[in-house]
Design a protein around this ligand. Structure first.
Ligand code: SAM
Length: 262
């Protein structure tokens, strides 16, 4: 999968490309990440990418011409293909595991990182094919959101994670064999490692029992309980077995009993 990043701070990406998952994915040929300095697509001596907003107000706005030139140059490399172009913006659709999964099927993505007050609206209206936000908060630039989007997507490419670190057990992972309309999985169960006792806090006995069926059941129940308590919105979208439903019902009745006692 190839990412073309359009940014005024290409150096921002150096450290994440030199460490961890993205570095490994590039070394193994699963991902290619190309950095494009927006200033290379300007046509004035000062390499100007921004200007004051029409109508007044604070801050600066990315001018449309360099952004159009950069994207059109990239589109020109493969004119026969429809190249997806994503603008990172707090006003876009929210990034989630299912959006990352959808993006991971693309061969190539262009990511535009905004700065200042944002990007001239004609870019969103006439150039990009998608607008994505990484959450309901505002950062100073699109570089961190682009890095988040790339990492979330690349780790889903087949072969990027080894068996030891499979993404199938992670929070939100859609269970294998789930119907196509299922867009989310549960939150992950709790994990523990050595020592078995730390400051009087013990690892749950079942995890030390060696009984694989008991461990599987405990993990499933913990994942259901966490999701029910923290993200009931997700629970409503996950396929549940009869056993899952009985467990959630038992959690609800324990909760009701506790409330009744208070
Ligand atoms: N004035 C814009 C607004 O309120 O919608 C915010 C501009 S923000 C300060 C500058 C740039 O950071 C944006 O153009 C975008 O590329 C990036 N950005 C900030 N927050 C983001 C988020 N939550 N998701 C994706 N990109 C974001």
């Amino acid at each position: 999968m190839t990412f073309d990043l359009i940014t005024i701070f290409p150096d921002f990406f150096r450290s994440i490309l030199e460490h961890g998952l993205l570095k490994r994915a590039m070394a193994s040929g699963h991902a290619t990440i190309r950095l494009h300095d927006l200033r290379d697509y300007t046509d004035d001596r000062h390499r100007t990418v921004d200007d004051r907003p029409f109508g007044g107000g604070p801050g600066m706005v990315f001018k449309p011409e360099p952004v159009f030139r950069a994207v059109e140059a990239l589109r020109g490399e493969e004119p026969e293909k429809r190249l997806p172009v994503i603008l990172l913006t707090p006003q876009g659709r929210l990034l989630s595991q299912s959006v990352a999964e959808e993006l991971s099927h693309a061969e190539r993505l262009v990511l535009i990182c905004g700065r200042y007050e944002g990007v001239d609206e004609r870019v969103a209206e006439n150039l990009v094919t998608d607008e994505i936000s990484i959450g309901d908060f505002v950062l100073s630039g699109g570089e961190l959101p682009a890095a988040v989007l790339m990492e979330a997507t690349v780790r889903l490419l087949p072969g990027v994670l080894g068996n030891e670190e499979s993404s199938e057990q992670d929070s939100f992972a859609v269970p294998e064999g789930a119907p196509a309309e299922v867009r989310h999985g549960l939150l992950d169960c709790p994990h523990y490692t050595r020592p078995a006792e730390f400051r009087d806090w013990k690892v749950p006995d079942v995890l030390l029992s060696g009984d694989h069926e008991q461990i599987r059941q405990w993990r499933r129940r913990q994942a259901l309980e966490k999701t029910w308590r923290r993200r009931p919105d997700l629970l409503a979208q996950v396929p549940l077995s009869e056993e899952d439903r009985r467990w959630i019902e038992s959690l609800k009745s324990t909760e009701h009993e506790l409330e009744a006692k208070i």
